[in-house]
Ligand binder design. Sequence first.
Ligand code: KG4
Ligand code: ZN
Length: 331
Amino acid sequence: MGILGIETSCDETSVAFVEEGRVVRQLIASQVEAHRPYHGVVPELASRHHLQNLPVLMRELGRAVDLRKVEAVAVTQGPGLVGALLVGVAFAKGFAAARRLPLVPVNHIEAHLYSPFIGRSVPADFLGLVVSGSHASLYRVRRGRLQRLARTRDDAPGEAYDKVAKLFGLPYPGGPEIDRLYPQGDPGAFDLPLPKMSDGSLDLSFSGLKSHIAYRFHKGFRPRRRGRLTPQALDLLASFQSAVVRHLLHRVEALHRLHPVRHLSVSGGVAANAHLRERTLAWASGRGVEAHFPPTDYITDNAGMVAHLAWRRGKARPPAEVDADPGLELN
Ligand code: KG4
Ligand code: ZN
C-alpha cells in the first residue's frame, strides 16, 4: 500500500510517501525562521507559508518517487491551527478527488503517539506520553484501544520552554536552546516548585513553572551581563529543565504504578530533549520497561508519521465529509 502523507497543522509543511509502513521519502519545509522574530508561531504567517510551500514540496516529492504509486492520501485533520490545517486538508481533498483515491483523515496527536513505531512492531499494550509545543497527554493503548490517563491543565511543555527561552533572550524555538545549555548550569541550584493538583489528579501543568521564572525576572533577575548569559541564568535554565523532566517522570511513574505495562512510547517535539531521554531510559531500565522514542526525522512535526498512522489504522472517508478540525480530541 502506497500512502501520500500531508502535514500542515502548525509551522512545518511536510509531505511523505510511505509504502507498507516504511517511509520512502519525507520532505519538510520548516518555517522556524519566519516565526523566530515573534518568538512563537504566528497563525496567519503559518497558513501563508503552507500555501506557498506545499505545491513546491509536492513537485519535489514527485521527482523523488512515482506518485502514480499513491493508493491513498492521509492528511492531518487536527488538532492544530485552523488556517494551517485548512491548507493541508484542502490540498489533500483535491489530490484525492482528482485521482479518485481514498482520503484518510489523521489525528495529529495519535500520529505522534505511534511515531516511535515507524518501521517496527507496535507492542500490544503500552503507555504513551505525547509532549510537544501544543500538547501534553499520557495514554494507555491496549490492542489499539486508547484511554487518556492524564493531560495538561494549562500550557504544553514545549510552549513553556519557548516562553522561558524568550525571557532569557534565547531564539525560538526555545526547547533545543535550553536543552543545549543544560550541561553548563547546575540543575540543583534553584528549588523550583513542582506542580501538584489540589484534587490529587495526575494531570500535568506547566504554567506554574513558567510563571515562577517570570516572577524572578519581575523581582529583578538579570539573565545577561555584557550580552552573555550569567552563571545564575544558566543555573536557572538548568533548574527549569530539570523540574519539567521530574514533573513528567513523576506522572509516568505514578501512572505506571496503576498501569504496570512493559512499554512506554515518548513522542512529540519535546521527546527530542536529551535530558528527558536520559532520565526516561534510566527510569525505564529500573522498572523493566522498554522506552521507545521516535527516530530523529519523526520527532517534530512530520508527514511520515501521518502516513504511517494511516497505514496502521486509518479509516478512509468520503472527501466531502473531511473537514479541518482544530479542536479534534483524542479521547
Ligand atoms: O511536535 P512539535 O514539532 O509541534 C507541535 O505539535 O507542537 O513540537 C515543537 C515543540 C517546540 O515547543 C520546541 O521548543 C519543542 O518542541 N522542542 C524541544 C526540543 N526540541 C523541540 N523541547 C525541549 N527540548 C528539545 N530538544
Ligand atoms: Zn506535533
